[in-house]
Design a protein around this ligand. Sequence first.
Ligand code: T1G
Length: 694
Amino acid sequence: MAAINAVTDLSVEDGIAVLTLNSPPVNALSAGVRDGLALGVGQALADPAVKAVVLICEGRTFIAGADITEFGGAQKGASLFEVQTAIEDCSKPVIAAIHGTALGGGLEVALTCHYRVAVPSAKCGLPEVNLGLLPGAGGTQRLPRIVGAQKAMEMMTSGQHVPAKQCLAMGLVDELVEEGKLRDGALAFARKIVAEGRPLKRVRDLNDKVEADRAHPEVFDAFRKANARKFRGFLAPEYNIRCIEAAVNLPFDEGLQVERKLFMELMSGYQSAAQRYSFFAERQAAKIPDVPDDTPLIPVETVGVLGAGTMGGGIAMNFANAGIPVTIVEVKQDALDRGLSTIRKNYERTAQRGGLTAEQVEQRMSLIKGSLDMNDFATVDLVVEAVFERMDIKKDIFTKLDAICKDGAILATNTSALNIDEIASVTKRPEAVIGLHFFSPANVMKLLEIVRADHTSKPVIATSMKLAKKIGKIAALVGVCPGFVGNRILAQRQREANKLVLEGAMPWDVDRVLYDFGFPMGPFAMSDLAGLDIGWVKEKSKGETLRDVLCEMDRRGQKTGAGFYDYDENRNAKPSPVTEKIIKDFIEKSGANPRQISDEEILERCIYPMINEGAKILEEGKAIRASDIDVVWQNGYGWPVYRGGPMWWGDHIGLDKVLAKMKEFEAKMGEQFKPSPLLERLVAEGKKFSDLKA
Ligand code: T1G
């Protein structure tokens, strides 16, 4: 075994050269890896004893893509194009031996190899679309030549990781080898093709599929139409599709030119910068400066959930999905039965969509045990309380949990805003109390706000962060304050949205502006969906707010066929003349003078106070870093990933612009627009949120 460089070794065994990469954590195509590949292939080619080359990786995975950390910097070392050309034009067969995930540039390198073998647990994909990009190393031209245009569009616009068995069926992989014996399997395959004198198959020369696809140009627009909603606002999916059209309609090298042009356009745009930022932001959020990686973890092998309502049921499903037994406790049998029945219905709905098999439904249901007795929590490692949002009830429950649960058990509350320090104060174990704020529907929404109270211990924090990843959540650690991070910022937007409607904008104007910005729906449509009467009490209603009046008229949202909007039998919303009249009457009664409000003002009034509130949250230390706030808003509230998050967006448009507008609004409309000192300071220093260090 000879070292080519720090991350690449070359050995020759019975005429087969084995080029081994070892560049943790994911063998990304850094400059060193590219140099190692170029040199290694060159040496193998020059060695007369070598009849074939196997490219294999140490560690957790085959090459997982270009090294995203190098993006934006000056390129060093061999280019990926040089590496691929050396491989593809090699006069000896090069075999990619795949384990883990061959992704992006990693799969594109494998596609320039003459053959690909994989272990059954391996997966392949071109997920560049998730970074706001497209495969920029020939993947858009080679993949359709193997799997056809339709499958290529599906793979490249979803970024999916395709299991090796399916890759074999599609021809993306030539052979599956025994799990755990990739090296032996790849060497045996190499000997076989040498012995058989198989031709050097270059993917770029395969034209059958693209020629067949050329006869069906309609598939592209059909795909665009079918996915219009999912791709709304994003540039990268459309650019990926255009590259596949080029692969179908143009000779390989011309198609490569189209790919290069469109790749550079995406790379230079803000959407990809935002999506690459988001990729790292999610991973950064798992890093807690004062809770080191070696903090001891508390084993969580069994979980209790108190409350089998919408939240409790969804929370229980998360743990069952991860194979963790759950005891779910309710106070009344009918509530418990309803909760368990809802859980089963949710699983069965997933099974109907092909997401689960019938036995998987039963297996997960078998992990969820119902009970009417909190004493059944006596042996669990973690309890998540998900009952009414009332401090007196929470305190009573945590007093009981403290007495019932074993020493060392973690006591978590799903409260969305209440003071967790106050809840912890009734227990003898405040160090074991933490907030696990799930977002409804809890079994679907990715975000988990983990709320650190004053006395929460580091092992409890570390355990909660690790558990979040195990149950498939994206966690952000936040501090105790009203609304924590997500809802506290949401309150800013809601306040302005409601005020705008009483100044002359209609609910559908505000919704349109925020929908066009990229949110899945605007605040008023969201209220109609959730129900205007959540938290509304008829007896206490005084008709003082728009919501009061609408609820009193039984316009409670989609469920009553009318709320802010009118709905047809298919729940299609349309602006309501009834609502419009109510609003106009309100404004008249208030003596205000309605005015025409521009889309620009609507957007600034809704978004800038969010950015400002994020700055206050950072000042108060209720979030560790600005990017954690963005992780919260992307994964809990639908902030469009191609705009990074409120903090990234503030940096992008210019904090000086945000500050100037906040001051203008403050002068006109009062102190709710008062700029945070941090925002003032950053602008004064010419800095951005991204300059702040955790
Ligand atoms: N570049 C640099 N670092 C990367 C990386 C990459 N491509 N992928 C992962 N990391 C780091 C990550 O930041 C983390 O670092 C550690 O590896 C473990 O990652 C030319 C232009 C491979 C499925 O989009 O999907 O090729 O936090 O926590 O959950 O056409 O990482 O430990 O310091 O996610 O086991 C295309 C992105 C790039 C794949 C593993 N490739 N990566 O998941 O671990 S663009 C991708 C992933 C490209 C070409 C184009 C996942 C994973 P740290 P992790 P994981």
